[in-house]
Ligand binder design. Structure first.
Ligand SMILES: NC(=O)c1ccc[n+]([C@@H]2O[C@H](COP(=O)([O-])OP(=O)(O)OC[C@H]3O[C@@H](n4cnc5c(N)ncnc54)[C@H](OP(=O)(O)O)[C@@H]3O)[C@@H](O)[C@H]2O)c1
Length: 339
């Protein structure tokens, strides 16, 4: 049993992680902002430490104190202004790392980064951890900056980085849009090229991998040369790398829908739609999943990564196939009453 802290505990990945850690017997503290999204977390009975955001160093220190493992899951995935990505994903991550470094006996720190920090891959050539990172989006650059902030502290804090590919599963608000489109409109939107492939991971598999990273993962080092870049860094993905139309087929199969239209949107139209949504979100002051920065990623090519390091060093294998995971996810949405 560990005493652990989870940041981002009320988000999609964080809420699943809290439930899994508790089920494994860990004593869980959550560092969260007050807001409407706390009901599921409060029901777990985990200890909650509230803060205003990552400028609140005192609350971060209080939450980190006495923990044996810190899972830094919080991250801005969409933002109305790009500086927010930097504030949360770079500076916020640095502050969590600094709070760990201040401890007499620093906890193990697992940072949930992203494949976006590394950038797209060539078709048929999944990215491996030692590849030089080449992010294409502001989000990806901010996640990479978070990794580098922790690398600077790596001589004081035992740190492991997990870089998930696309995550799906229970409580995923953004992924639900895709299920809803297939269910209600029998339509799956595709912006990517025909040969472009994608790595994915189910959130429960990801949570298992994250815990294994804390227990058995190698730790990153201060320098980031070709030889050391891969140490302590793990992509989180399955071996399967479907194209985006194939992902649509998995969604349709999960709900037993035989006929579905794959609506391929040409790139110029995708940019036009993204620009319109971006303008709408600025007016309504609500950041939305599809925006200019996300379109940079979607149109960049394949996004695949190799799960081999996690497999050989952490002993991680996904519990079941993507097809089964999509079926489970649809069943969860239906049981939870998500339309
Ligand atoms: N979902 C994916 O496909 C995916 C793929 C690769 C990597 N990741 C990474 O996985 C992590 C979790 O992602 P997710 O999908 O679970 O996202 P999510 O559902 O949007 O959750 C994000 C979490 O971060 C917190 N957060 C965001 N901005 C914050 C701020 N300014 N101050 C304090 N807390 C803040 C949120 O708290 P509030 O509710 O208070 O905003 C929430 O708890 C992120 O670091 C993301 O980069 C996700």
């Amino acid at each position: 049993m560990d005493r652990v802290l989870v940041t981002g505990a009320n988000g999609f990945v964080g809420s699943n992680l809290v439930e899994m850690l508790q089920a494994q017997g860990d004593e869980v503290t959550c560092l969260v902002r007050r807001g409407p999204q706390l009901a599921r977390l409060e029901a777990t009975g985990a200890r909650l430490v509230f803060f205003e955001g990552f400028s609140d160093r005192e609350a971060i220190r209080r939450a980190v104190g006495g923990q044996t493992v810190v899972y830094h899951v919080a991250g801005a995935t969409k933002a109305l202004r790009p500086s927010l990505l930097e504030e949360v994903n770079e500076q916020g991550t640095r502050r969590v790392g600094e709070a760990c470094a201040e401890q007499a006996d620093p906890p193990v720190l697992v940072y949930v980064s992203s494949l976006a920090a590394c950038g797209p891959s060539r078709p048929g050539q999944p990215r491996v951890e030692r590849d030089p990172p080449q992010p294409v989006s502001k989000y990806g650059r901010s996640k990479l900056a978070g990794e580098r902030a922790l690398r600077a502290l790596a001589d004081r804090v035992p740190t492991t980085i997990v870089r998930p590919a696309i995550v799906f599963g229970p409580a995923d608000v953004d992924g639900h849009l895709m299920f809803r489109s297939v269910r209600t409109l029998a339509t799956h939107m595709n912006v990517s090229g025909r040969r472009h492939q994608f790595s994915l991971i189910h959130v429960e598999d990801l949570c298992r991998l994250i815990r294994l990273a804390a227990q058995r993962g190698k730790r990153i080092t201060v320098d980031e040369t070709d030889d050391t870049r891969a140490v302590g860094c793990y992509f989180a993905a399955t071996e399967e790398t479907p194209t985006w139309p194939e992902v649509g087929r998995l969604v349709a199969d999960s709900m037993g829908r035989r006929h579905m239209i794959i609506l391929t949107i040409p790139k110029p139209l995708a940019w036009l739609v993204a620009g319109t949504i971006e303008a709408y979100s600025r007016v309504t002051r609500r950041p939305l999943y599809l925006n200019w920065d996300k379109t940079r990623e979607i149109t960049a090519g394949s996004w695949t990564c190799s799960p081999r390091a996690a497999n050989t060093e952490l002993g991680f294998t996904p519990e079941t196939s993507l097809a089964e995971r999509f079926r489970q996810t649809f069943a969860w949405y239906r049981a939870a009453g998500w339309s």
